[in-house]
Design a protein around this ligand. Structure first.
Ligand code: SF4
Length: 199
């Protein structure tokens, strides 16, 4: 139920199931207590996709932006958060962004946290992030960085999923197909597949 989802996101327990793009946004939000416009949209729509209601999203963002007053939050941020949920303006119910639009649209500039780490991080930053999130074997790092150099960002993300969820090892043992999951094309699909494996 969605109450549990909010509780868990607030307590950072669900983050291990997030793809790198959303893990990055989550970490930066915790560190900076703020995210710029497109980062907020990308993350807010993802959270909506994992089951947060608009009320829960407002609480989540209010708590996360802990350096500002309630008044500033209401004036500058609450409208856009509700807007993403179709509660304002034309009441368009926005769907969470898929990988192609995160990779291709709205290229992040300095100070922006949105985008796809596989596409938008420098190689050094991506490598550091991969190591930080648990990818330590050189052969795996090389495999992923080779895919990124070939601009196969979503395949790199899929590989990252398989390796960090230990699907790779069982795959080698069973001598099965090379990919055990379909190529990741949507951050919310990454989340759902990860959650399913954990059950
Ligand atoms: Fe996120 Fe998609 Fe990039 Fe994976 S490939 S990090 S899910 S945007």
């Amino acid at each position: 139920n969605s109450n549990n989802v909010t509780g868990k996101v607030t307590a950072d327990n669900l983050v291990e199931h997030f793809p790198l793009c959303m893990q990055h946004l989550h970490r930066k939000l915790r560190e900076l207590r703020h995210l710029k416009h497109f980062g907020r949209i990308q993350y807010n729509l993802f959270l909506k996709g994992i089951g947060l209601s608009v009320e829960e999203a407002l609480i989540f963002w209010r708590k996360s932006f802990s350096n500002i007053t309630d008044d500033t939050f209401q004036k500058e941020y609450a409208y856009n958060i509700r807007h993403n949920f179709g509660m304002e303006g034309k009441r368009h119910d926005y769907t969470p962004l898929n990988c192609m639009s995160i990779i291709m649209n709205k290229q992040p500039g300095p100070g922006d946290q949105h985008g796809c780490p596989f596409k938008h991080f420098s190689e050094d930053n991506l490598k550091a992030f991969l190591v930080q999130t648990g990818l330590r074997k050189d052969e795996y790092l090389k495999e992923i960085l080779d895919l990124v150099r070939g601009r196969h960002y979503q395949i790199a993300c899929t590989k990252y999923f398989e390796i960090t969820k230990c699907l790779e090892d069982s795959n080698i043992k069973d001598g099965g197909e090379k990919h055990l999951i379909e190529t990741i094309t949507h951050p919310n699909n990454y989340f759902e597949q990860s959650l399913k494996l954990a059950k």
